[in-house]
Design a protein around this ligand. Structure first.
Ligand code: GLU
Length: 483
């Protein structure tokens, strides 16, 4: 049975690279009836960022990546917070000490600093000089100490990576890594090996930045006589222009930011899925259910992949168009409430009205955050009176615009109050020809009068959704401006 784990540190919001790892982890587990585990690697007290743990959990849930073991849900191999597993780490560190495979190191930070400076001065490889490896001259009761791994000095270690093949590392270039720090917490490297072993993880997927540490992990597994999981080191993301590594200065990098920008989780999921994996054909829109069936590590690519924001935007449009109006309205609601256009909680009849508006904008909407700009004038009883210049089309003039609005007022007054689009069209469509004017000269002043904007949803649907009373009121206000 495949058991994957996503093992974030609560040192910041969930990164989109981490989200992609979690997606692949989740898919592997889902498709094999296995388990996707969430483990919180909270051993670095100095880098803890308040709020990040909640963000990680919320972002995973938002993407639909539910974990089968981990915080909240529990499981047979917990605890799932490393900070609650210290006793386990100490027990196994002690075992390595007893077997002569690890040692206490009493070197002070000052000494380590001096060693480093001397190495840099002599242009030597920097790293711990193994001062305490064969017994520490400084060792004294009560002194601060760490536990270090006795890395073999000779030989080679092979890391088998499912994407990258066998990678060979000379042991002589590896350091005697710290396993337990002086504060009693384990390092990432040690805790990671212990936990992956005892949590029976079969596949370790993570970013390629961890590749250089993997030979030490392999050596640790060997020191314990344990089999190690399969390793998969995923590529980095390149910036949208493909020129370098994706970073903050190229825009949003956390799931939270994408969510706040108005992306749908389906779109982000689909987009991240294809950043590094391909289905072997040209299918681009792939649902979660399809992905579970189609995903395989054999089609994951180890080379860096460009984070093409325009593609993500395209996906968002696709998924927005696929939603039922009710569902789209539900997702737009928080953005409208945030902008003060709808109350929170939203009364049922206001929500129903919102649902009716969705077909008007669904084709045009790219980001959920754009919704306010498209429908604010429907949700407001009164709109700011439009500027004169907007009411007068480019090649027209004030007198014509005024005449147009007066004619429209009269015509619209005669349309039955139900304001059906068919009635509106029948009454309004012939007007330009009747008046000897171009379409735009008639409909632009009307559009601006009722919405305050030059770009809106389709005319008849818009008027219908606004209702007769508001339309007449807004035309009158526009007439007053032009007079
Ligand atoms: N805690 C590590 C991180 O935040 C996990 C790396 C791994 O998956 O082994 O990236």
């Amino acid at each position: 049975m495949i058991r994957t784990r996503f093992a974030p540190s609560p040192t910041g919001y969930l990164h989109i690279g981490g989200a992609r790892t979690a997606i692949y982890d989740w898919l592997l587990a889902q498709q094999s009836g296995g388990k996707f585990i969430l483990r919180i690697e909270d051993t670095d007290r100095n880098r803890f960022v308040p709020g990040s743990l909640d963000d990680i959990k919320e972002s995973l849930q938002w993407l639909g990546l539910d974990w089968g073991e981990g915080p909240e849900v529990g499981g047979d191999f917990g605890p799932y917070f490393q900070s609650e597993r210290l006793e386990i780490y100490h027990r196994y560190a002690q075992q390595l000490i007893d077997e002569g495979k690890a040692y206490y190191c009493y070197c002070t930070p000052e000494r380590l600093q001096q060693v480093r400076q001397a190495q840099e001065g002599a242009k030597e490889q920097v790293g711990y000089d193994r001062h305490c490896r064969d017994g520490s001259p400084e060792a004294q009761e009560g002194m601060k100490r760490v536990i270090r791994f006795k890395t073999p000095l000779t030989g080679k270690t092979i890391v088998k990576d499912l994407l990258r093949g066998d990678l060979e590392f000379e042991n002589s270039i590896l350091e005697d890594l710290v396993l337990i720090k002086s504060d009693g917490f384990p390092t990432y490297h040690f805790a990671n090996v212990i936990d992956d072993h005892f949590m029976k993880v079969t596949h370790v997927l993570r970013g390629e930045e961890w590749l250089p540490s993997t030979p030490i992990h392999v050596l640790l597994y060997q020191a314990f006589g344990w089999e190690h999981p399969e390793f998969v080191h995923l590529s980095i993301f390149l910036s949208p222009d493909g020129k370098g590594k994706l970073s903050k200065r190229h825009g949003a990098t956390s799931v939270k930011e994408y969510r706040e920008l108005g992306y749908l989780p389906e779109a982000l999921f689909n987009f991240l899925l294809l950043l590094g994996w391909n289905p072997g054909n040209d299918q681009e829109v792939i649902s979660k259910e399809e992905a579970i069936k189609m995903f395989s590590l054999a089609r994951v690519n180890a080379s860096p992949v460009r984070f093409a924001t325009d593609k993500l935007n395209w996906y968002n449009g696709v998924y927005i168009r696929n939603l039922e109006p009710q569902d789209l309205a539900r997702r737009c609601l928080p953005f409208l409430q945030k902008g003060g256009l709808l109350p929170d909680p939203c009364p049922a009849e206001r929500f129903e009205y919102l649902v009716q508006l969705m077909p008007l904008v669904q084709e045009r909407l790219k980001l959920l955050t754009d919704i306010s700009g498209w429908i604010d004038f429907f949700l407001q009883e009164e709109i700011p009176v439009p500027a004169r210049e907007l009411l007068i089309p480019k090649k027209s003039d004030a007198a014509t615009a005024l005449k147009v609005l007066n004619t429209l007022l009269e015509t619209i007054e005669g349309i039955p109050a139900a304001f059906q689009t068919a009635d509106l069209e029948a009454a309004l469509h012939p007007l330009p020809e009747k008046m000897g004017l171009k379409m735009g000269d008639v409909f632009m002043p009307l559009r601006v009068a009722v919405s305050g904007k030059t770009a809106t949803p389709g005319m008849y649907e818009m008027l219908q959704a606004l209702g007769k009373e508001r339309v007449l009121r807004r035309i009158k206000a526009a007439i007053a401006i032009l007079q």
